[in-house]
Design a protein around this ligand. Structure first.
Ligand SMILES: [Zn+2]
Length: 446
């Protein structure tokens, strides 16, 4: 085998053999470092050899093990014995540094089991290397703290997880393993300049609200409109299902077929759909009432002020027929528990506009999720290159700070300065553009 086959200049290849799956390469350091690792003395003498196995990048589809014939030394100054330092080797993992880096990157696209087989180490080792890699990303990739934050839910790997988003930029900035108050609060506390957050749009999940009130008390909580109106559709479905007992099998199939008409806004119905709707509501007045209640509940959101909205709600509440009241209890309870936060929307109409994007994310993740841990999927979502919304702000021209240059008889703008004198501003990273990420996953790029 060629001396340079490893392409590690610090090592000399002494020999090699290969089996069906593996390369075994014997090597030693080209120039041993002969400084005592204990006292830095150069007064050392040889003290035998020891063979250590160092894993390296796979080659030609085979796993590579480097058997380093490492020298041992004894220090004449302090009397300690030690093994020579192995350059380009990660001593805590017994892997080459380049393999450690490769595993980190590869964990974003391959399962731990797959990588473990490829390299010939345990899955646990891959997990540990990956965890270091993610910690490093976490330390270096910092997303801007949003002024308008969204807290949403996404169901992946068998559990609901909290997605934190930036509503101005339509980006995701974190994915938390669960929706517990402690998890949310710890995350919020870790934000740099957390007082930047002015509004938080969320669904009606009390731990979110409690965490926000506790950690960023000045931020206003706004219940996401989508989560409120969705309840009117759930009630509509409940009314429809309660009618089934009265119907013949044929009618039941018909109503099942037309259920989407009931869930659509009246203004969006086609003539045919309006005709179908009419048929049902004339024959089944309670279904008609259910439809009216759904439409009127949606219409509350057209109110010009929170006082108007509350008034419309109260009218709506009074108009619920006693026979249907049970179907609307969840809405009534939610409104009474969350009223100020639901109405806050009418002061600041912010919503999580990217619900659709999150749904497509869930779809692609479910397709690809098998074999991945939550941590791996999370890293894939948050740290995949190319999906971040990065803005390089040009330095601002500010007259008051511009330099007055007598020689030029005018203002020198910052752009007139040589590049080295331009104030350097770090590019701002606003987080993950979900649509971009979904497209990348669909193209198989990550
Ligand atoms: Zn020494």
């Amino acid at each position: 085998m060629h001396r340079n086959v490893l392409n590690l200049t610090a090592y000399k290849v002494l020999g090699s053999n290969e089996s069906e799956h593996d390369y075994h390469i014997k090597a030693e350091t080209a120039v041993p470092v002969t400084i005592c690792s204990n006292c830095r003395s150069r007064e050392v003498v040889g003290y035998g050899r020891v063979e250590v196995l160092v894993h390296d990048l796979p080659m030609h589809g085979k796993r590579v093990g480097i058997y380093v014939d490492a020298r041992r030394f004894k220090c004449k100054s302090c009397g300690k014995t030690f093994m020579e330092h192995l350059p380009e080797v990660n001593a805590s993992r017994w892997m080459t540094e380049r393999l450690v880096k490769w595993i980190g990157q590869r964990s974003m696209t391959n399962t731990f089991t797959g990588i473990a087989e490829e390299i010939g180490v345990t899955e646990g080792t891959i997990r540990n290397v990956f965890s270091d890699y993610v910690n490093e990303l976490e330390r270096t990739v910092k997303f801007e703290t949003p002024k308008w934050m969204g807290i949403d839910e996404i169901h992946i790997i068998k559990k609901p997880r909290a997605v934190i988003s930036n509503l101005h930029n339509n980006t995701a900035i974190n994915l938390l393993p669960n929706r517990n108050k402690k998890t949310i609060a710890t995350y919020l506390s870790s934000l740099k300049d957390r007082d930047t957050v002015q509004y938080v749009a969320m669904d009606m999940w009390r731990p979110y609200r409690e965490a926000v009130n506790e950690v960023i008390p000045d931020a206003k909580v706004v219940v996401d409109k989508f989560h409120v109106v969705r309840m009117a559709n759930v009630a509509m479905e409940s009314v429809r299902k309660s009618l089934r007992a009265e119907l013949s099998p044929k009618q039941r199939r018909g109503l099942m077929h037309d259920r989407f008409v009931l869930l659509r806004r009246q203004s969006q119905l086609t003539d045919q759909e309006n005709f179908n709707l009419d048929g049902w509501t004339k024959n089944y007045p309670l279904l008609g009432e259910g439809y009216r209640l759904k439409e009127e509940f949606f219409n509350i959101y057209q109110a010009p002020s929170k006082q108007q909205a509350q008034m419309l709600y109260e009218q709506w509440l009074k108009s619920i027929p006693a026979e249907l009241r049970g179907h609307y209890e969840p809405i009534i309870t939610a409104w009474s528990n969350w009223q100020p936060y639901i109405l806050e929307y009418f002061n600041h109409p912010i919503t999580n506009a990217y619900t659709e994007s999150l749904n497509s994310l869930i779809r692609v993740l479910n397709r690809l999720g098998r074999g991945y841990s939550f941590e791996a999927l999370r890293a894939k979502i948050l740290f995949s290159r190319g999906s971040h919304k990065i803005v390089q702000n040009r330095p601002k021209f500010d007259r008051r700070e511009a330099q007055y240059d007598v020689a030029f008889m005018g203002y020198a703008t910052l752009n007139d300065l040589p590049p080295s004198a331009q104030p350097k501003e770090e590019p701002k990273n606003y987080g993950v553009d979900i649509d971009k990420l979904v497209a990348m996953i669909e193209r198989g790029e990550i």
